[in-house]
Design a protein around this ligand. Sequence first.
Ligand code: DQA
Length: 148
Amino acid sequence: MVIRMTSILILNGPNLNLLGTRQPEVYGHTTLDDIRALCVQAAEDLGCTIAFEQTNSEATLIDMIHDAPGTHDGIILNAGAYTHTSIALMDALAAVELPAIELHLSNIHAREDFRHRSYISKVALGVICGLGPQGYPLALRALHDHLV
Ligand code: DQA
């Protein structure tokens, strides 16, 4: 029998490729590559594997969620603005039945009203928001602890 390490899929949605230069007053100066490095280090410390992805496409996010079972044990999702609009992403997470943590760099509840509604929250194990890049390793630790 082959026993594989716990594997967590970290998905980043639209505009997060621009981190570092995008509205630094809201999102800071940390780039997505910096965040990837934080996650790689955290995964090494925890003894799990990760896949770290970014796409601007809602369809690609959905496809990556569909493909996760069998390869990954849980999902961390920063869906960007699709958080507030996408019933399809919510349905995809519900369909695959993997534990998922919703993540945001900014505190969406302290921002515009339209950011207060999250479809992802309805199917997420938990939510981390407002803690900037450190939210990613925190989410990894929380999901890892939930899984093992
Ligand atoms: C975000 C918050 C969303 O409201 C926004 O559309 C983003 C980034 C965050 O990480 O703070 O693109 O998900």
